[in-house]
Design a protein around this ligand. Structure first.
Ligand SMILES: Nc1ncnc2c1ncn2[C@@H]1O[C@H](COP(=O)(O)O)[C@@H](OP(=O)(O)O)[C@H]1O
Ligand SMILES: [Mg+2]
Ligand SMILES: [Mg+2]
Ligand SMILES: [Mg+2]
Length: 320
């Protein structure tokens, strides 16, 4: 018996404020997470004044404000991982890029800015174990190397029990940011209407597989197909973002393998607006566990999504 006396009663631990603080997360804290909170709040102007100024160097000005160097976002990966893991060891963080976060001394104060407190009500406490964060510091890498900057985004997504809940898609070269919080709101809106009889379909330009014939079988040989880079960019094409450099489309289809950090943020934003992103068989995508999505993608909004799924030809994952 003597050996167990040093154990504190479990009830004591669970009631301890310290214990609770580390194990439940107010989801609004994650929307307000410092590396992207400036973007969520609508601008990068204050960025260089922030106490913690490691996010990225200003690379000159556009009429919409400073352009943030994409390398800064890669650097953010290390900080993001470190800050989240250090504060909430039980949150699962999956990021496309890995960097050594040693020596990162920044502290996350977890203060939620007034603007977010005003827009999103409380009661969003979730046990950390149920949260998975997906980070894509650079989406449309191929296009970035071709200097096609309009396609480039950085994305963050928070999933709870595998469901996408918060999504942020930021365009570092124009400073535009779209975010959505399922059940709470979004700073972006859908367009007034969508043509799904003869839809304009946006698809990958560099990982296309056999998407063209797939789309033509589904919607006809004259279907307008828009090849574009970036999964974040293609989701924004379904909405009405206040960003000039943006194609528009009625649906987004992807037929090859894709990773969950590429799609979770777009899925969350679409869901926050009543839209849907599913596999080509119409299944919800689970944003916990493994990083790959093998079922392809169909994204739509203000549309009978199931009816679209029915119009798609048979699809086999290993034939793309
Ligand atoms: N078949 C595939 N295998 C792995 N990643 C893929 C893929 N198809 C698309 N992706 C990734 O999904 C994102 C959007 O692709 P696309 O621009 O072709 O539509 C890109 O993310 P990254 O640029 O972050 O790597 C791309 O690498
Ligand atoms: Mg990649
Ligand atoms: Mg990506
Ligand atoms: Mg990437």
């Amino acid at each position: 018996r003597a050996g167990v006396t040093h154990h504190l009663p479990r009830a004591y631990l669970v009631e301890s404020p310290l214990f609770r603080q580390k194990r439940t997360v107010d989801l609004r804290e994650l929307l307000a997470f410092p590396p992207w909170s400036a973007a969520v709040q609508g601008g990068w102007e204050g960025e260089e004044d922030q106490e913690d100024n490691t996010r990225g160097k200003s690379k000159g000005k556009t009429k919409k404000g400073p352009v943030v160097l994409t390398l800064g976002d890669l650097n953010c990966t290390a900080r993001c991982l470190y800050l989240i893991k250090n504060t909430y060891p039980n949150i699962q963080v999956n990021s496309e890029e890995h960097a050594n976060a040693e020596g990162e001394a920044t502290v996350w104060t977890r203060i939620i800015p007034e603007e977010i407190l005003a827009k999103i009500s409380g009661g969003k406490e979730v046990p950390a174990e149920r949260i998975t964060v997906w980070i894509d510091p650079l989406d449309a890498t191929q296009e970035y190397t071709e200097n096609l900057q309009k396609y480039v985004t950085t994305m963050v997504c928070v999933a709870v029990d595998g469901d996408p809940v918060i999504g942020v898609i930021h365009k570092p070269f124009t400073g535009y940011t779209a975010w959505g919080f399922v059940g709470e709101g979004s700073n972006v809106v859908p367009r007034a209407s969508y043509n799904t009889n003869f839809p304009k379909v946006i698809v990958s330009r560099s990982h296309s597989g056999k998407v063209k014939s797939f789309v033509q079988v589904a919607f006809g040989n004259n279907t307008e197909i828009i090849p574009a880079g970036g999964a974040g960019y293609k989701v924004l094409a379904l909405l009405d973002p206040t960003d000039e450099e943006q194609d528009t489309a009625d649906i987004y289809i992807h037929v090859t393998y894709i990773k969950k950090w590429d799609i979770c943020a777009g899925d969350a934003i679409l869901r926050s607006l009543g839209g849907q992103m599913t596999t080509l068989k119409g299944e919800q995508i689970d944003y916990s566990g493994t990083e790959g999505n093998k079922g392809g993608l169909l994204a739509s909004i203000k549309t009978d999504h199931e009816a679209l799924v029915k119009r798609l030809p048979p699809w086999e994952e290993n034939k793309q």
